[in-house]
Design a protein around this ligand. Structure first.
Ligand SMILES: Cc1ncc(COP(=O)(O)O)c(C=O)c1O
Length: 400
């Protein structure tokens, strides 16, 4: 007996061991400062919880249409019009069980064996695995820190081959926090249209953006690129609703229909009352979201300043999301109490063991000279964690 070839393609997560160890240390009463969180540390706003409770009390607890309830699709269409200036009909929208599920479904219905998918790196951890499970091959394009970790038009053009089926863009970006400007997106969209390839635009961090920047959806630029783009979004990050599992996709009707067929035979509908609560999230007051983003902004400024004040670490200021992605290249090959730092994974392990800080190695995102730290944790934790990081780096030996 053996597992399927497909199952063999999925790599175990490099972060899993460190996350599990950090959790165990915490359970054992060790004071670990965690910078690993991929979700806001704020509670879901009360008015959204109330909507879910009311929905359960009213008996809205049965199957719904597999692709989501019409009222939520209508609310999503209104959101696209209001926030992104894009016109979608409900037949161009599908609601899934979180944005991760939306992405999975898109890849399953677009990609075939032998297709190539262009993925700028650093990338979010699940993209390569989802591409591989679809039968396609990820084609990584390494972006540069000096370009703000954004793919250049020239890089994209060079990566396109007759086998290219899809290009993935994620702005604001996890892990780098980079945000593409309208001008940059326009140049990219021209290439997509000229090559006639599909584009996934993962906009899950749309609302977590700083310094007065505005998120632009590539699908809003012109009808040509809209016809080729699948916009992915959801309520997880914007409304602190990660556990509710509601994500959505908007795009060409035929693709949405194929995703709906697939979903109808796999998960069926996303949870009924979570769909109702998501209408309230999308259409309700935005005050709590504003407060959350203001708090993230303060933490971002603080953590970037502290990291840059440590000799051997440099960190660009992210424009969005809630992660910093410091460059730790100068720390590689140094050692701490005799233990050599070979790469981002060993640095993360030593940081956890010796400094009691849990971070995610850049290798998980295809960028070994970096670490990812989430600032979706209290200011108190950030201060404590940065004090520990500073002390740890001061005690490193080797490499000049
Ligand atoms: C870039 C990116 N896309 C999608 C997701 C998935 O979001 P969801 O929790 O709605 O599945 C995440 C979650 O971490 C993410 O970082």
């Amino acid at each position: 007996m053996s597992l399927s070839k497909r199952a063999g393609l999925i790599s175990p997560s490099v972060t899993l061991a460190i996350t599990a160890k950090a959790k165990k240390m915490k359970q054992d009463g060790i004071d670990v400062v965690g910078f690993g969180a991929g979700e806001p540390d704020f509670d879901t706003p009360d008015y959204i919880k109330e909507a879910a409770k009311n929905s359960i009390d009213s008996g809205f607890t049965k199957y719904t249409p597999a692709s989501g309830i019409p009222e939520l699709k209508e609310a999503i269409c209104r959101k696209f019009k209001k926030d992104n200036d894009i016109d979608y009909e409900t037949s161009e929208v599908i609601v899934s069980c979180g944005a991760k599920h939306s992405l999975y479904n898109v890849m399953q219905v677009i990609c075939d064996e032998g297709d190539e998918v262009i993925l700028p790196s650093p990338y979010w951890v699940s993209y390569p695995e989802q591409i591989k499970v679809s039968g396609a091959k990820p084609v990584f394009v390494e972006t540069c820190e000096k370009d703000g970790f954004k793919i250049t038009p020239d890089q994209l053009r060079k990566a396109i081959t007759p086998k290219t089926k899809l290009f993935i863009i994620n702005s604001p970006n996890n892990p780098t926090g980079s945000v593409y400007s309208k001008e940059e997106l326009r140049l990219i969209s021209d290439i997509i249209v000229e090559a006639g390839i599909y584009c996934i635009s993962d906009e899950i961090y749309e609302n977590i953006i700083y310094d007065g920047n505005k998120h632009i959806s590539i699908a809003s630029l012109d009808p040509g690129v809209k016809r080729l783009t699948l916009v992915i979004n959801g309520v997880s990050k914007s409304y602190s609703m990660t556990g509710w599992r509601i994500g959505y996709t908007a795009g060409p009707k035929e693709i949405i229909q194929a995703m709906s067929n697939l979903q109808s035979h796999s998960t069926s509908n996303p949870t009924s009352f979570c769909q109702k609560a998501s209408i309230t999230a999308l259409e309700g007051p935005k005050e709590t979201q504003k407060i959350m983003v203001q708090e993230f902004n303060k933490r971002r400024d603080y953590i970037v300043e502290r990291l840059n004040s440590i000799e051997g670490i440099s960190c660009r200021k992210p424009e969005g999301a809630f992660y910093v992605f410091p460059n730790i290249f100068s720390l590689l090959e140094k050692s701490y109490t005799g233990q050599k730092i070979k790469d981002s994974v060993s640095l993360s392990q030593i940081l956890l063991d010796k400094a009691k800080i849990a971070v995610v190695p850049g290798a998980a995102f295809g960028a070994d000279n970096y670490l990812r730290l989430s600032y979706a944790t209290s200011m108190e934790n950030i201060i404590k964690g940065m004090d520990r990081m500073e002390e740890f780096v001061e005690n490193l030996r080797g490499r000049t």
